[in-house]
Design a protein around this ligand. Structure first.
Ligand SMILES: Nc1ncnc2c1ncn2[C@@H]1O[C@H](COP(=O)(O)OP(=O)(O)OP(=O)(O)O)[C@@H](O)[C@H]1O
Ligand SMILES: [Mg+2]
Length: 249
């Protein structure tokens, strides 16, 4: 098992940095992008922590680094410096193969674009990443996801037959089917109207609580952000309000 090397007591991992209770932790995370003569500090020293089963929303202006941060947390991209620890695993020390495994087994991604495969029906769209990973889908769980997300009657339909909200719910089911420890959503309601947005986030929240998952949602929409347990604001690549403030919901 490729994660075996990380299976050591939390206080011994990462040069002695204790990670208990925090399922996600970043330390002095930095990422710059250089284009021509310009250098942009997309992340400029981010220290960020998310507790197990917490629902955190990340808000901030366009270009402040929200997607960059989410990509680092999901092992989609690597920081220039700093540390990312997720579920006791130090992503900063992983090679590409380990990161690919981490993404498939530990993180569930939901993006603004649903990225469904047009030729596969809803059920196959949900299960194909598992099959690619050589894992037999848990049919009970898939059925439960379909009904909890109110798309059970669409199981045999193709993406083109579904509304935007329904397609996003399929994408959520796909993200949850592998029972990931963390769900990372980047503007998941960016293509939906207000009603469908609240519906999608409400269901995402219910599902994350039900399966005891940690949920991190990047959004421009303050109403959506306030559905989280805690709101964190990014500004110019830095956390603006430290650990964030509690939305009280
Ligand atoms: N691949 C890249 N090459 C060059 N610059 C990049 C790249 N990705 C991001 N950036 C820059 O890094 C900064 C942060 O980008 P990021 O996508 O994280 O912002 P964001 O907060 O998600 O914005 P939005 O709300 O518009 O999605 C921006 O200035 C962006 O232009
Ligand atoms: Mg973005």
């Amino acid at each position: 098992m490729i994660f075996q090397g990380y299976d050591i007591p939390s206080e011994q991992r990462n040069g002695g940095i204790a990670v208990e209770h925090a399922i996600v932790k970043t330390i002095s995370l930095k990422k710059q992008y250089k284009t021509g003569t310009q250098t942009v500090a997309a992340l400029d020293g981010v220290d960020f922590e998310v507790k197990e089963r917490e629902f955190v929303s990340i808000i901030g202006k366009s270009g402040c680094g929200k997607s960059t941060l989410l990509h680092m947390l999901g092992g989609l991209d690597k920081p220039d410096s700093g540390t990312v620890v997720v579920d006791g695993m130090n992503l900063s020390e992983m090679d590409e193969e380990e990161l690919a495994l981490f993404r498939r087994r530990k993180a569930g991604f939901v993006f603004q674009q649903y990225n469904l495969i047009p030729d596969l029906d809803v059920c196959d769209n949900i299960t194909f990443p598992l099959k690619l990973d050589g894992v037999r889908p848990d049919e009970g769980l898939v059925g439960e996801l379909l009904s909890s997300l109110h798309i059970a009657d669409k199981a045999q339909m193709f993406p083109a037959m579904l509304s935007g909200g329904e397609q996003q719910r399929v994408a959520i089911a796909r993200a949850l089917a592998a029972r990931p420890a963390i769900i990372l959503a980047d503007e998941p309601t960016g293509s939906l109207d207000t009603l469908a947005s609240h519906d999608v986030i409400g269901l995402l929240k219910v599902m994350a609580k039900k399966y005891q998952q940690t949920l991190i949602v990047v959004t421009h929409d303050l109403d959506i952000a306030q559905m989280a347990d805690r709101i964190v604001r990014l500004k110019d690549g830095k956390l603006w309000n430290g650990g964030g403030f509690y939305a009280g919901k």
